[in-house]
Design a protein around this ligand. Sequence first.
Ligand SMILES: NC(=O)c1ccc[n+]([C@@H]2O[C@H](COP(=O)([O-])OP(=O)(O)OC[C@H]3O[C@@H](n4cnc5c(N)ncnc54)[C@H](OP(=O)(O)O)[C@@H]3O)[C@@H](O)[C@H]2O)c1
Length: 260
Amino acid sequence: MNLGLASKTAVVTGAGRGIGLATVRTLTDEGVRVIGAARTITPELKETGALTVSADLSTAEGVAALMDRALAESGGVDLLVNNVGGGDDVEPVGFLDTDDEQWTRVFDLNLLSAVRASRAALPSLIERRGAIVNVSSINSRLPAAGPVAYSAAKAALAALGKSLAEEFGPRGVRVNTVSPGVVRTSVWEDPDGFGGKVAASAGAEHADFLRQIPQAFGITTGRITEPQEVASLIAFLLSDVAKNITGADHVIDGGTVKTL
Ligand SMILES: NC(=O)c1ccc[n+]([C@@H]2O[C@H](COP(=O)([O-])OP(=O)(O)OC[C@H]3O[C@@H](n4cnc5c(N)ncnc54)[C@H](OP(=O)(O)O)[C@@H]3O)[C@@H](O)[C@H]2O)c1
């Protein structure tokens, strides 16, 4: 793809693996100068040549450290991908087993990280007529099927995207949401991650559980989404090819969501 993004500067959160890493790779391939953040700076992230910041983005201090560094090193940001989310506190448990501390931690990572990073980046995004993509989830549309605090936080994130698009669109900033269904990342593939825990709670072998996901989730295409496919959609939305697309929530789920 040549999206005309060369010479832009982007911040990508949750960049160490999965969708965030694929997004960093896609943007660096397009000639974008990327600042990628996660708690762990993985060898794969280092290999992309992105500038890296290790920070806990569930805290105000962590987001401030990232954005201060990004703005100082680059002189300004054109593109912001608020991808970090999910996290250690997303457990396959019900409402009555989710206490206030878990609600707070899930909202800190899945919503407030985007609020804080966007607030810090917006003066620069306004100056440069930039773009934001927030990574939500189809759980915002199918909340009955998922962990309750996570689904609520992702729905709030989609609402935030619409509000920011409305407020800052007239000043040249576009804001879009990308809502993936099941994506092949450590969330599902790590035996100690969310997918491993769901399999264990259902008494299923992890490998068997992974195999039956397309059928169990009603994925029309018969397969889960690859991180690169989400990254390509994010890069498209950041680019001027999409310059009249804003305030929209873009589902990428192989047809999991059956409603309009
Ligand atoms: N995978 C799916 O099926 C799926 C579906 C719908 C939506 N999504 C959303 O897509 C986004 C990316 O998901 P993914 O599947 O790519 O996740 P992933 O493979 O678990 O990667 C998450 C990245 O975020 C970083 N991270 C996690 N907690 C952090 C924290 N407190 N501070 C800083 N960095 C942190 C991780 O590194 P460290 O742990 O080292 O910090 C890692 O680099 C999330 O918002 C998720 O909710 C995913």
